[in-house]
Design a protein around this ligand. Sequence first.
Ligand code: ZN
Length: 720
Amino acid sequence: MFFLIPLISIGAWAKYYSIDESSLINLLKIMAPVCLGIYIIGEFLFWALLSRVKPSFRFGFWWGVFILAPYYIFQVSYNAGPLLRPLPAITLYPIYLISGLVSATALGLITWCIWGLLFDAKNAGSPLKMALSRLLILLICLAVLIPTFAKNRAAQPDLVRKRTSYRAFVPRQLERQPSHRMIVLGLDGGDWDVITPLVDQGKLPNMKKLMSEGRWGTLESQTPMRSPSLWTSIFTGQPAKKHGIEDWLVSYSKNRLVKAMWNICSEFGLRSTIINIPATFPPEEIAGKEISGFPYPNLTLNTYGWLLSTQPLTTSLTPFSQLSAKMDANGNLDGTIYVRDVLIEKYNRGMRGKIFRNMALEYILKTKMGEIYGRDIAVAKFKFKPKDEQIEILPVKGEGAAFGTLGKDGWTDFFIVSLGPGTSAVAKIRVLVIDKDNVTLYMSPFFQPSDNPTYPYTFPKSLAKDITDLFGQYIVEMSWMGVQDVITFPAIRDLLFYMEEKNVQVGETLYKEHEWDLFIHYFGLTDRFQHPTWNYRSGDLKKEALGDIPNRDQVYDEAVGAIDESYAMFDKWLGTVLSTIDPSKDMIMVMSDHGFTQGTGRENKLGAHRLEGIYLVWGEPVTGVNHSDYKSNHADKKSILDITPNMLYLMDLPVAEDLPGKLWLDLYTKEYQDAHKLLTIKTYGKEEAEKGTEQNVDRSTLEQIKGLGYLNGATNIEGN
Ligand SMILES: [Zn+2]
């Protein structure tokens, strides 16, 4: 009688996951028999065993089974996650089954009660008694369903720690107007062992200028060396245990438990421009501007998009999937590009550690989905024409020209695909043909349109559009992008270059606006290139290590030269900064989160992080500089935890006593130290919302408020 309910439910779930039409047909093919089967068995059991169960109950019950129960189980699994996680998996399924049944039964009882109240009560023997009993049952059932209405934890599966006030800041009073503006350039994986030889060869002229006019040395990192965690240490002054960004999975601004430099500056009404710093998504409301850096959250099963719409959060390297395709009798190689292997892997990684997996969707992914859904095409298949050595990616549905052809290097062009309608995330894809029986799919990470993003990645939001208007597509690096193997290097090299170029262009523009007191720019290309090519550059890996691949010479040459190119690009950017700098007012700090070395073990072909990173300070307060010999400006080893206290000191802001880092008093002139007595504060506090501070106070407003004398009572300096 209610057999339409399971079918409508499947449609509703498909809509929830934005599954497109052709996938919906696949979905129906699998799910309809399953759901109808469940329905028929259920109805049979009702008929055979529980014949007194009323249709009004069954109506609600079946909606409960197919719509409410899956959601209810989600909610239970996420909200009771910490309790359930230690239990062995085998006990979890009965728990989920029972909670699903309980929720469906509750919904059934609710519809039964409502029906009873509306239609049966007046005919009952004692209407009042019946109405009261039904009302009571109704209330109990609603109570049982409370978890349904709990905050949808599934929507943000990775935001495990609460941090409520990332958007709020309390105005604090400046004790002293800052005499310097701070320019901070982060160089991921920057290492002196690369830089100094390049400086000596004259390849990094701007770096040489900074090293000759400033002080520099080794910056000791901390283990484990995970970039988002380390950059957070750099800009909070606290170790990972304190600031909370201990792992990639929690590397979001919301999870940061202490204030970062830009939060502190905001509180003083100082403006920060921060660009691309890892672990700063989602963007925070600060006094100033922000472009969030990687990583972006896991989109699987959340409100941002649908299952396939983007990368899950992993430290995984760029996916590489092998296609198995056999030649037919005519010598044609026909096949479908199966994205599914890549997606399944990504999906599973995204779900690792989660106690509930959407097995139905996983099953569909594994069995039925996999064709590429192109922007203008329905389903793509590839065709390999051995005669002209061309690979063609052809639309299967409808007419259309090939949208990917094989180049001489064995790769097709990049072509853009979006994985179904309902998502703005797109991916770039290209195919590498190693030999005719061995076609390899390379897929770039997903990215989103930069002007109207699915995720806001800037503050203010309008900045995203300004950037796109000025520079065209700005690729937001959603996951850390790297390469697993140098064979894929040419494929990703151009994309990474493109991304970093845009990133630098945006940096230049925002830098030249000079509407900031603190300017932080993160440059990541160095780390991206060092991982795959370090051992080739050092000569530990020879050309032969690449194996028998198309265009081996070119791949090898590009790999060997890549690291130098990335440092040269950074140096050029440094040149732009230096060209408009005001030495009496501006200071520069350069640092890396860790250094670099070759990977250990024979099999490890990738470069690896090492503790010895770099720091450099340049500006009027710096002492002990010998302009004629940059090497003599080498200073003692410092720690990444020192960066924040030194930034605070150099910006005339109070240095918090709970910061474990040291001030670099050996590097600052006596005159500077005399004129800038150290200001201290007990702590800048934890990141917790404070009453009545939700609004965003910009500098001019703050100035106005100050001018009107309102601020005195509202200052909030905790100690001095
Ligand atoms: Zn790295």
